[in-house]
Design a protein around this ligand. Structure first.
Ligand code: GLA
Length: 725
């Protein structure tokens, strides 16, 4: 059993695959966090934080020498002596923000109930602990879910107003945890458009550190992920705690070393400019947070996230299913296309193994540049006189399926939709909203707008044979004001917007269960677990330069499985960074994710064009590894001149390996790369190299060709064989 309550110690024992998470109800009814880490036996740990005190730490009861400022907690109340980051801030009608939540009851469920309006992980035994604030008639349910096959705990909270007056929720965290040590480093994934998810490591300090977005999107700049690790931790050693929010809006994960050298971590919706009007009898549900644990480095942490997301998050109809091999017209034509150009491209792709042609931006309204037409999701008959049908027919004739780009959350000022509904976009009264890429965001806090998009996008999918949709979102929010919401609910705008996005995504993915959806946000600006719930893969970055991708894909893999990342082979010089890399390197990098092409096939040399079918055959041959295997990161481009990783099948009989040299060097070292994750007793055959025993490959490694040129890759498969072969 993974969740147990010991009545005698008043302790909850939660056990994941290789981790334990223990907390107890202390004598005053507060939930005291005891332990999170490597799997432990279920001992009585109620002695751990007895009689802890620290000067200038007020006690909530004069005669009891207990201060909440030093007690490690599961959910931190505000205003009763705990000066650390609070988990909950509620403003009552009388102006008080002081709450005092204590244990009321708990239940253990076989299966986790879903949140009504947001994505969550599926399944898993779940503990629900209810805390109550008797003075203010508030209750909070804390949800904890554990999985037998993954070392992780999922957490979320639900706040209920059982009183007679409305209250204002200024903050409600998804989770809080107080760890009884502080010798940590913080690792986060920061970035920018075309430079998403770089890895940054900083020491934990007594100042609050925060990974956050205030953009109304999970953002290019700060992925909703943070890890705390041993100072000496690396990919394969040391304890690492990972925190990831299943949320695509403004988020915050804060961490702080406290005066007694403990660490508080707390995360959820960003409280900046947030306030939720909670009426009598209403509840507020937070997004879910994932807390993953590794006792041996970042690589194992990533494997926990990957397994968890593939098994319990990504749509099971697609999670392990062969992904489409795409040809996207964006970098080939941009807005400048017509039926003939598209059909010529499709014709050229025939027989290469590319199985889906995707028509990107520019097919609708009068969209000849990015100044107009968002919202007018009707085919531009000037560009496509035969409608989509002619293009779809061409795809069919060439043995391909058809995919289409939408940006359903956006509106252009120059659009029929804006002329018909001038108050349907996010904008504050009397102020012309800022534009970004010349566009505004639709007010998805308004259910009428969401319904309109359900109809409009839904009709396109109903009326045309579309097997794939790319859902883009090319700006973040400004003027956080919904013309639809009443005054007292204006600070709900950003979160309600996101709930509207989830509702549209839910509707479209449920109504069209066979359509494959890919997420996108100006490249990888909304690469988060909530998007992954609806969209089995996400456009990782607009930057598809092979060298840049080695960083982007390495960083993204910290949390997200390779199959969740899409990566395309594009033309050189690269459109984002101007770099020239070998065609083979671009193909190899794009093989270690969900692959596709985004270039003018006519512009390729005959020699490069001829390589495409070989690349796709190779990709298809390793695709089951990319979908289901265990990732091992071997060499980090952030730390040296090489990028290298491998993926090993769960039964350790097959693997695929890639290495890229970033810059060539004269008389460079002969690198040996130690492989990982193989069976030490099995023999493995590697074409052109020979047969080696697993322990040799893992302890000596393989020697690589000395003279790799700039950005050159080597990529090969590893097959277990009987010794005699
Ligand atoms: C974004 C996407 C690109 C492309 C363009 C179209 O930038 O990331 O892949 O779809 O929009 O406008």
């Amino acid at each position: 059993m993974s969740i147990r309550f010991c009545e005698e110690n008043k302790t909850f024992y939660l056990t994941g695959k290789e981790c334990s998470y223990f907390f107890r109800i202390n004598n005053e009814g507060y939930l005291e966090h005891l332990y999170y880490g490597k799997r432990l036996s279920e001992e009585n740990l109620s002695w751990m934080f007895e009689k802890m005190h620290c000067s200038f730490s007020p006690c909530y009861m004069e005669w009891k020498d207990i201060s909440l400022n030093v007690v490690p907690q599961e959910f931190a109340i505000y205003g009763r002596g705990d000066y650390r980051i609070p988990s909950v801030l509620v403003k009552m009608q009388n102006g008080s923000r002081i709450t005092d939540f204590r244990y009321k009851t708990h239940t253990i469920l076989d299966e986790k109930p879903a949140i009504s309006c947001m994505p969550t992980l599926r399944g898993g035994e779940t503990l629900v602990v209810t805390l109550e604030d008797k003075v203010n008639h508030l209750e909070i349910d804390l949800y904890y879910t554990v999985y037998e096959d993954v070392s992780a705990v999922a957490r979320r909270s639900v706040l209920r107003n059982g009183g007679n007056t409305a209250v204002s929720v200024l903050k409600c965290s998804s989770f809080n945890i107080d760890i009884n040590r502080a010798d940590f480093d913080i690792v986060a994934l920061y970035g920018a458009p075309t430079r998403e998810r770089e890895i940054e490591r900083t020491p934990l300090s007594h100042n609050i550190s925060e990974v956050s977005s205030t953009r109304g999107a999970s953002s290019h700049q700060a992925n909703p992920f943070m890890a705390l690790c041993d100072k000496t931790a690396n990919e394969y050693n040391g304890e690492v705690y990972g925190f990831n929010l299943i949320y695509s809006g403004s988020h915050s994960i804060k961490v702080q070393e406290t005066e007694i050298a403990f660490t508080r971590v707390s995360g959820g919706i960003n409280e900046q400019d947030f306030c939720w009007y909670l009426d009598v009898g209403e509840s507020f549900e937070t997004p879910e947070a994932v807390l993953a644990y590794s006792d041996s480095g970042f690589n194992k942490l990533s494997q926990q996230f990957h397994d968890l997301y593939r098994e319990y998050l990504i749509n099971p109809n697609f999670a392990y299913k062969k992904r489409p091999v795409l040809l996207n017209n964006w970098e080939s034509t941009y807005f400048d296309f017509n039926e003939k150009k598209l059909c010529d491209l499709i014709e050229k792709a025939k027989g290469t193994g590319i199985d889906t042609f995707v028509l990107d931006d520019g097919w609708f309204g009068k969209r000849n540049d990015d100044w107009s037409s968002l919202g007018d999701w009707f085919v531009d008959s000037n560009k496509l006189p035969g409608g989509l049908t002619a293009v779809i027919e061409k795809c069919r004739a060439c043995g391909m399926k058809f995919g289409l780009w939408f940006e359903p959350e956006m509106i252009s000022e120059n659009s029929d939709l804006f002329r018909a509904h001038p108050n349907w976009h996010i904008a504050a009264p009397d102020i012309k909203a800022c534009k970004s890429r010349h566009q505004w965001m639709l007010d998805f806090a308004n259910p009428e707008v969401v319904d309109y998009m359900k109809k409009t996008v839904g009709n396109m999918l109903r009326e045309n044979d579309i097997s794939y949709v790319k859902w883009d979102a090319n700006r973040t929010m400004t003027e956080f004001y919904s013309p639809y919401l009443p005054t007292e609910r204006q600070k709900e705008t950003a979160h309600r917007y996101m709930l509207g996005v989830y509702e549209l995504a839910r509707y479209l993915t449920e109504t069209f269960p066979n359509v494959f959806f890919e997420g996108c946000a100006g490249g990888g600006g909304r690469f988060d677990p909530a998007m992954l719930y609806y969209f089995p893969q996400i456009w990782t970055s607009d930057n598809s330069d092979a060298a840049s991708r080695s960083y982007i894909q390495y960083g993204t893999s910290m949390c997200y499985p390779l199959s969740a990342m899409s990566g395309h082979v594009s033309i050189c010089p690269n459109h984002q960074v101007g770099r020239v890399t070998p065609m083979q390197s671009r193909m190899d990098m794009a093989s270690f994710c969900s692959t596709g092409y985004e270039l003018n096939l006519h512009a390729l040399t005959e020699e490069d064009f001829a390589k495409i079918s070989g690349h796709i055959a190779f990709y298809n041959s390793i695709h089951d590894l990319i979908l289901k295997g265990d990732l091992y990161r071997l060499l980090s481009p952030f730390e040296g001149n090489y990028f290298s990783q491998m993926v090993v099948s769960k039964d350790k009989t097959r693997a695929v390996f890639i290495i890229m040299k970033l810059l060539a060097k004269c008389n460079d070292a002969y690198p040996f790369v130690k492989l990982k994750g193989l069976d030490k007793d099995k023999y493995y055959f590697i074409a052109d190299m020979g047969t080696f025993k697993g322990d040799v490959l893992m302890n000596i490694g393989l020697r690589f060709p000395k003279n790799l040129k700039d950005f050159e890759t080597k990529c090969f498969t590893i097959e277990a064989v009987k010794k005699e072969s």
